[in-house]
Design a protein around this ligand. Structure first.
Ligand code: AMP
Ligand code: ZN
Length: 484
């Protein structure tokens, strides 16, 4: 399995730190608004990376944070006249809904910066002790960038070039830094801002320290993969490396993965220019599975352009795959028992050899698509090629099955298609349809259960309906329901 490592700028063979295990950290969103489709790209891409590791039999510990203290969150909280926590909790909940719609698995742990302040203070303290950080007179703590000799190794930047690019900072009120390259670890509180006590001043952390601390706490000093969008390479990830390696004395992450950007109509996404979509906007027009398919139709290091035409193409592509799966399900449900089995020995006598051999051959033939799918994914997660292979499998299936196929063959082909699409996080199963009259009947039963104070049964019915995509709302006029 090969991964393009931003550190070496080469594809490298993946060798886990611990056999059979992958420790992976993905920088998550700052939660002050609904997530946009750009934020959805790393979510979908790295969820697919995780799924592929799991497919290969690895146990994946996947950590992804929510940045819940930040200037934008505080600004929004002050505009609404509420605590910052109200804003971040609201948008974490909304983000989780979008993730569910895109079939992004919840992380093993989703830490939040504001719950990890103690760890940040401890790491900043350790950095000061080791001579890698210092507190200025007003209590701001800076990382002493030049004290970390390898600074620049990820972004391939040279310290002196950086220094000349930063001269402007010296005259912009940052004179208390020893060096313009130094960056903030802790800053003093301002009016109307949340703050925490620290040995240096009441204040809050700089942005970069949270990921170093959360990664250490939930995954350990050394991890396999650290990932995020390419805009994070510098300064965020470069600073994370400096903090973690200076504090822990160990190599922070072995592989650094970065997704390229998503643009809209070949332009950078910009709210003011009107080319900006939230995931929620898209969900009004499309099933979010279509967005997922669209994102995976390009390899993650290729810039991707969002357009109405490409979304339509994605919709059609996904439909072809889902239709094939539904077709197999239909044929399985209607396969007659005398259809000849490719595998079942008891049917040996009844089965004319020719048909049995043909089905066996058909299954063997289909196996090449699994091999090619794996080859594409082993090559730095080339989902674009992997999707093409799935298409070829769909074509193959469509031309090899009919209503005389055995149930075993149909099931084996379905399992194959399911396994591959599941790596991509694309759902192909048939949703169980529930009729309006059945919904009404269950609601009436739930009301009766509630009257009898049998709340366990009432909750059971609510959950059963929810699983079928029916959302109940208790209103003054009675219970209303809608299809989600
Ligand atoms: P942020 O909330 O800005 O910290 O972003 C969360 C994640 O989304 C980071 O990994 C960013 O690199 C990524 N991201 C933001 N905008 C885009 C975009 N247009 N295309 C791809 N990734 C993006
Ligand atoms: Zn981060």
């Amino acid at each position: 399995m090969k991964i393009f490592n931003t550190l070496s700028r080469r594809k490298e063979e993946f060798v886990p730190l611990e056999p059979g295990k992958v420790k992976m950290y993905v920088c998550g969103p700052t939660v002050y608004n609904l997530i946009h489709i750009g934020n959805a790209r790393p979510m979908i891409v790295f969820d697919t990376v995780r799924r592929y590791f799991e497919y290969k039999g690895y146990e994946v510990n996947f950590v992804s944070n929510f940045t819940d203290v930040d200037d934008k969150i505080i600004k929004k909280a002050n505009e609404e006249g509420v605590e910052a926590g109200i804003i971040s909790e609201r948008y974490i909940a909304e983000c989780k809904k979008d993730m569910q719609g895109m079939n992004v698995k919840p992380a093993t742990t989703h830490p939040q910066a504001t719950n990890e302040i103690d760890g940040m203070i401890a790491m900043i303290g350790a950095l000061i002790e080791r001579g890698h950080a210092y507190a200025a007179a007003d209590g701001t703590v800076y990382f002493r960038t030049r004290s970390f000799r390898e600074y620049g190794k990820l972004s391939h930047k040279n310290l002196d070039d950086l220094q000349s690019g930063m001269r402007a900072l010296l005259v912009s009120g940052e004179a208390q830094k020893e060096d313009p390259l130094d960056f903030v670890l802790w800053k003093p509180k301002k009016e109307n801002e949340p703050y925490w006590e620290s040995p240096w001043c009441d204040g809050r952390p700089g942005w970069h320290i949270e990921c170093s601390v959360m990664s250490k706490r939930y995954l350990g000093d050394e991890i396999d993969i650290h990932a995020g969008g390419e805009d994070l390479i510098f300064p965020h990830h470069e600073n994370e490396i400096a903090q973690s390696e200076a504090a822990n004395g160990k190599t922070f992450a072995k592989y650094w993965m970065h997704n390229a950007f998503l643009n809209i109509d070949n332009k950078k996404m910009s709210k003011s220019e009107g080319n900006f979509f939230t995931v929620r906007d898209i969900s009004e027009k499309y099933d979010l599975q279509v967005l997922r398919y669209f994102m995976l139709s390009a390899q993650y290091r290729t810039p991707l352009n969002f357009s109405a035409e490409l979304m339509e193409a994605a919709k059609n592509g996904l439909e072809r795959i889902v239709t094939c799966a539904h077709n197999l399900t239909y044929l399985m449900e209607h396969a007659s028992p005398q259809n000849v089995s490719a595998q079942d020995n008891t049917a040996e006598e009844a089965a004319p050899d020719k048909i049995r051999a043909k089905e066996r051959e058909c299954l063997q033939g289909a196996q090449q698509f699994v091999t090619r799918f794996e080859e594409a994914m082993d090559d730095d997660f080339n989902t674009a090629d992997a999707i093409s292979v799935v298409f070829e499998l769909v074509k193959y299936i469509n031309s090899h099955v009919d209503d005389s196929s055995s149930k075993e063959l149909l099931q084996a082909l379905y399992d194959m298609l399911y396994k591959l699409t599941d790596v991509l996080g694309l759902i192909v199963e048939k949703k169980e349809e529930i009729l309006d009259e059945d919904i009404e009947r269950l609601i009436a039963e739930r009301q009766a259960a509630r009257k009898e104070k049998n709340f366990a049964r009432a909750d059971e019915i609510r959950n059963e309906l929810l699983e079928k995509g029916i959302v109940l709302e208790d209103t003054r006029e009675g219970v209303k329901w809608k299809r989600a």
